[in-house]
Design a protein around this ligand. Structure first.
Ligand SMILES: [Zn+2]
Length: 249
């Protein structure tokens, strides 16, 4: 919140509670929201990432590690890192576009899918009065060997946005990182938003060997990968004329 206050307006918590099936206790959780140019915008985009990480490394090959928490360098922190940096670089530069940065809690609580995506579900039930036109979710985009094909719920929900973003990636020299190919169906924080009527896409590299293990640490990630996704988001949100679709191509 301190970081976001440097560059955003209306930085706030969106608290909620969850009674966890694992221990029967009720936990207080909170999404974090922050705005740039939200009120005056012609197009409003929510850019989200999850700030929690999984409490159990249940995919770890070593059973002794499966009760330890996942640090979440990629699965969580990578998206948050890009959100924080985007907020910093976009300060004062947005024209027609308004951005709501949303850091969700409880995305990865589990153990089952019914106890995941908790913050996104809460946000989707409590949308701001000025509704977002689109959402873009950034998840697991720090992998050193980053490859982000088109996630399938995203393509069903917002094909025009997917086409625009992947075409922009190609023009920005990022076609190898963001190949215009259909990947998997991934249930993630974008699904509750889609169900609430906000077309939302998920930029995710789901082929990450340390996923939900104790090895999801910063040495598995690279700043270059974060930079590629961040730069693409910056170009798209600023609608720089050089990157607008051209009828001649
Ligand atoms: Zn996860």
């Amino acid at each position: 919140m301190e970081e976001l206050r440097r560059s955003c307006e209306n930085v706030r918590f969106q608290p909620f509670e969850h009674r966890w099936s694992v221990d029967g206790r009720t936990y207080r959780m909170a999404n974090i929201l922050a705005e740039q140019n939200w009120k005056d915008a012609k197009v409003r985009v929510v850019v989200l990432a999850h700030w929690d990480s999984r409490p159990f490394a249940d995919q770890d090959p070593d059973p002794a590690n499966r009760r330890k928490p996942v640090l979440g360098a990629n699965d969580g922190a990578s998206g948050v890192a890009v959100v924080l940096e985007l907020a910093r670089v976009l300060k004062g530069r947005l024209k027609d576009v308004g951005v709501l940065y949303l850091l969700t809690d409880g995305e990865d609580l589990g153990p089952g899918i019914d106890e995941m995506l908790l913050g996104a579900r809460h946000f989707a039930k409590n949308l701001p009065s000025l509704r977002p036109d689109y959402g873009i979710l950034l998840d697991m985009i720090g992998d050193k060997d980053l490859r982000v094909p088109i996630e399938r719920y995203s393509y069903s929900s917002a094909p025009e946005l997917v086409n625009e973003l992947y075409a922009l990636a190609a023009r920005a020299g990022l076609a190898r990182t963001l190949p215009k190919q259909l990947g998997e169906w991934v249930i993630d924080d974008h699904v509750p938003l889609i169900e609430a009527g906000v077309p939302t896409i998920d930029l995710i590299d789901f082929t990450y060997e340390p996923w939900h293990t104790v090895r999801d640490t910063p040495d598995q990630c690279s700043p270059e990968s974060l930079g590629k996704v961040g730069r693409l988001m910056e170009l798209w949100l600023l609608r720089e004329p050089a990157y607008r679709p051209s009828k001649n191509r």
